[in-house]
Ligand binder design. Structure first.
Ligand SMILES: [Zn+2]
Length: 309
């Protein structure tokens, strides 16, 4: 389609551009995967990663999205506290199978639900959060949370500092996920563990409800997530499809492509709590997320691409 006023081709119609894949760095005319009114995601023909090319969005827009409490809002994460506690219990249990509690960083900790739980399990936990409203709420509750993005200066001050790093519901928001994982690798001590959760594009539920442009810019499959972790020099990588109990009533709040049917289901779920609870269990069937664990082995930094904090 062409814009009637300007005669310029809309984003969805523009010819396939040459772009660099954020995981395998293959420079290709990546075919379109899915388009919204303004944005078009691409599928890397080499590794299969689905992504929104960085050039399609002004970086300031993304900065504003998070710093301005517009997406991943503090209110949303206050409402999902119950489900988040279950989710982080599972995540910490996976880490604790490999190590005893030590020093932990949660990247993108929002209101700090993860940190509260980590402390109760014996971790010396702190967080990093770009949304000042969410970070402030966490600090008010006595949690150690710095406001900001995972930038070079934060990484330079934290080299080798942590035994475990969690990145939950974050990687799908960043244009350079491998770089973020490299940063985590640099901040871990030898033998340290990174635990990642992100949306799983191989799942129907994810493709139906999690395609949010430009909020979600990277759509991993188990294969491409493994590739990203290994590229960031992590070893003993384990990736599995994953699902958390999700509150149907809250899904409406986080879903931009909500149709009439989903709106109805959500309203009914909100009105009838027992139905909502049954729905929370049922949704786990689709495994719309991935969970991955990677280890920084003592020899890990000798192979793969070196971290460049
Ligand atoms: Zn690729």
């Amino acid at each position: 389609m062409t814009d009637r006023r300007t005669g310029v081709a809309t984003q969805a119609e523009k010819p396939t551009a040459m772009v660099d894949c954020p995981v395998c760095e293959y420079s290709v005319a990546a075919p379109r995967w899915r388009s919204s009114k303004e944005y078009t995601t691409r599928r890397c023909p080499d590794c299969g990663l689905i992504f929104l090319p960085e050039d399609d969005l002004v970086a300031d827009d993304l900065q504003r999205l998070y710093s301005g409490n517009e997406v991943s809002t503090a209110d949303y994460y206050l409402r999902t506290r119950e489900a988040d506690l279950l989710h982080f219990s599972d995540l910490f249990a996976r880490i604790e199978r490999r190590m005893r509690p030590g020093k932990l960083l949660d990247v993108g900790c929002s209101v700090g639900t993860s940190l509260e739980l980590a402390q109760a399990r014996g971790w010396d936990a702190r967080g990093l959060e770009p949304n000042p409203r969410a970070a402030e709420l966490a600090v008010q509750r006595g949690l150690l949370v710095a406001t900001g993005f995972l930038d070079d200066s934060f990484v330079a001050n934290s080299l080798g500092n942590y035994d475990a790093i969690t990145i939950s519901d974050v990687l799908e928001h960043v244009f350079q996920p491998v770089r973020m994982l490299e940063h985590c690798h640099a901040m871990l001590a030898d033998g340290g563990v990174v635990a990642v959760t992100t949306i799983n594009v191989d799942s129907w539920l994810c493709r139906r409800f999690q395609v949010k442009l430009p909020e979600h810019v990277i759509y991993f499959s188990a294969r491409t997530l493994r590739q990203a972790l290994e590229k960031a020099a992590f070893r003993s990588v384990e990736v599995s499809p994953y699902a958390r109990e999700r509150d149907i009533a809250s899904m409406a709040l986080s879903t931009t492509e909500m149709g009439g049917f989903e709106r109805l289901v959500s309203s009914v779920a909100r009105a009838v709590q027992p139905l909502n609870r049954i729905g929370m269990k049922c949704l786990k069937f689709w495994k719309d997320e991935l969970v991955a664990i990677g280890v920084k082995s003592a020899r890990g930094s000798d192979s793969g691409r070196r971290a460049q904090p």
